[in-house]
Write a protein of this length. Structure first.
Length: 392
C-alpha cells in the first residue's frame, strides 16, 4: 500500500485504499450502512465506582467529568464519568444486590459491559443492525434535559457485552441527561493518553468465526487481518485472532479464541475467570509512550516484564527508529514494524483481582498493524504471569 497514516483515530480507510494486509479488497464504501464516528464511551460495571474512579484518576491520569447518582435523581446505581483527551470511561456500581448489574459483577468481577459507538443516527443504526440479525439490547430511546437531547439504542455482542449507539448532535451538556458536572480538589495530571486504538474480545473455542461474521454481516465491518496459531504461539500455548474494522477504520475489534496447546492459554484463563466471553483489553494510544509509561509506573501501574534479551535483536528486526533503544529497554516498551512504519507498545498486568481485564498502551509511528513481531515475547511474559498464578 502506498499511503501512510499517523493517527488511527482520524484515518478514513474509504478515502485511501480498501485493502487488507494481504492485498485483498476489504470494504466497499457504498456498503457502509453503519457510519461510526468513533468510540463514544466504555462503561465498566464495578464493585465500588468511587474507589475505581480514584484508581483511574491516580494511576492512568483520567480527569473527572460527570456524575450520576442519588443526588441527580438516579435511585438504582451510581456512575462516575472520567475523560482523558478523546477517551471516556463510565464506572457504574449498583445499589440493588438483585439487579442485572449486580449479577454481572458477581459473575464476571469488574469488567466492560458497554462499548458505546458515536453515530449520527442512533435510530438508523438500530434499524440496520437488528434487521440484519442483531439481538436488541435497547430500543431507540430519547433522554432530554435543559441542554438538549441524546438518542441511544443498543444491540448485544459476544458474551454479555453490548454495543450502545449514541447520537448526541443535539446535546450541549457535560455528558448526557441524568448527569451533572463532577468536580473535586483532587486532579492528578494526565499521562498523555489520547484515544482508544482498539478493543479485544475473547470468545470460546470455535466462536471466533461466528463473531467475526457477526461484525461483517450485522455491522458491515471487514476483516483487516487474521492471525492463526502459527502467528500467535509459544512452546506451550496458542491463540487465533481476526481483526474486524469499520468502514472509516476508527473502530477495530480483534476477536480472539484459544487454540490447542500443551498448556492453558491466556484466552482460556480469561474465559475461566471471567466466566464467559468478554472484553480482554483496551488499547489506548499516546503520542509519547516513554512519557506515558514513566508517569504510569510512578503512579503504581504494573506492566508485563519484557526480558532484556528481547532487545538484542530488535534493531535487526525493526531498523532505524527515533527513540533511544536503551530508554525503551528501561521501561519495557516493545517495538514492531510493518510496511507503513513502526509502533511501540506495552501491556499492563490485569487491573482487577481476577486475571481478566488489562490495558495496552500503544504509539503508532505510521504502522497500522498489531505488533506481530512482538507476539512471542509478549506471550512468554503472559505465560510467566500465568505460571506465578498457577493457571498455566
Amino acid at each position: 500500500m502506498d499511503f501512510k497514516i499517523n493517527s488511527m483515530e482520524t484515518t478514513d480507510l474509504t478515502q485511501v485504499k480498501n485493502f487488507n494486509y494481504s492485498g485483498e479488497k476489504i470494504f466497499d464504501a457504498a456498503q457502509d450502512f453503519l457510519p461510526i464516528n468513533g468510540t463514544d464511551y466504555v462503561e465498566l460495571y464495578v464493585g465500588n465506582a468511587k474507589q475505581a474512579a480514584h484508581f483511574y484518576k491516580t494511576a492512568f491520569g483520567f480527569q473527572e467529568l460527570a456524575y450520576a447518582g442519588l443526588e441527580t435523581g438516579v435511585r438504582d446505581r451510581v456512575s462516575y464519568v472520567l475523560v482523558q483527551d478523546k477517551i471516556r470511561l463510565v464506572l457504574t456500581t449498583p445499589f440493588d444486590p438483585n439487579s442485572e448489574i449486580s449479577d454481572h459483577i458477581r459473575r464476571h468481577g469488574d469488567g466492560v459491559k458497554v462499548i458505546a459507538l458515536w453515530v449520527d443516527d442512533a435510530r438508523k443504526a438500530y434499524e440496520e443492525t437488528t434487521k440484519r440479525g442483531a439481538k436488541s439490547y435497547m430500543e431507540p430511546h430519547v433522554s432530554m434535559d435543559e441542554h438538549g437531547e441524546v438518542v441511544k439504542s443498543g444491540i448485544h455482542t459476544y458474551g454479555e457485552t453490548v454495543h450502545v449507539f449514541v447520537e448526541r448532535r443535539n446535546y450541549k451538556g457535560v455528558f448526557m441527561p441524568g448527569y451533572e458536572v463532577w468536580q473535586t480538589e483532587y486532579r492528578p495530571a494526565p499521562t498523555g493518553l489520547k484515544y482508544i486504538d482498539h478493543m479485544v474480545g475473547n470468545v470460546e473455542l470455535g466462536a471466533m468465526n461466528q463473531w467475526s461474521n457477526f461484525y461483517a454481516d450485522v455491522m458491515g465491518f471487514a476483516n483487516l487481518v487474521t492471525f492463526d496459531d502459527k502467528d500467535i504461539s509459544t512452546e506451550y500455548t496458542a491463540l487465533m485472532s481476526k481483526v474486524m474494522t469499520n468502514g472509516n477504520g476508527r473502530i477495530k475489534f480483534p476477536i480472539n479464541e484459544p487454540a490447542k496447546g500443551l498448556k492453558k492459554s491466556q484466552v482460556e484463563e480469561y474465559l475461566d475467570f471471567y466466566h464467559g466471553p468478554g472484553c480482554q483489553h483496551i488499547a489506548v494510544a499516546t503520542d509519547d509512550i516513554v512519557f506515558t509509561i514513566s508517569e504510569m509506573r510512578k503512579r503504581g501501574v504494573e506492566f508485563l516484564y519484557v526480558p532484556g534479551s528481547y532487545y538484542d535483536t530488535v534493531k535487526d528486526r525493526v531498523g532505524i527508529i527515533e527513540e533511544d533503544m536503551e530508554e525503551l529497554k528501561r521501561w519495557g516498551i516493545m517495538v514492531d514494524r510493518d510496511e507503513e512504519g513502526y509502533l511501540l507498545q506495552i501491556f499492563t498486568k490485569p487491573v482487577e483481582d481476577r486475571p481478566t481485564l488489562f490495558f495496552e498502551i500503544i504509539q503508532r509511528k505510521g504502522a497500522k498493524s498489531f505488533g506481530k513481531g512482538n507476539f512471542q515475547a509478549l506471550f512468554e511474559s503472559i505465560e510467566a504471569e500465568q505460571a506465578r498464578r498457577g493457571t498455566l
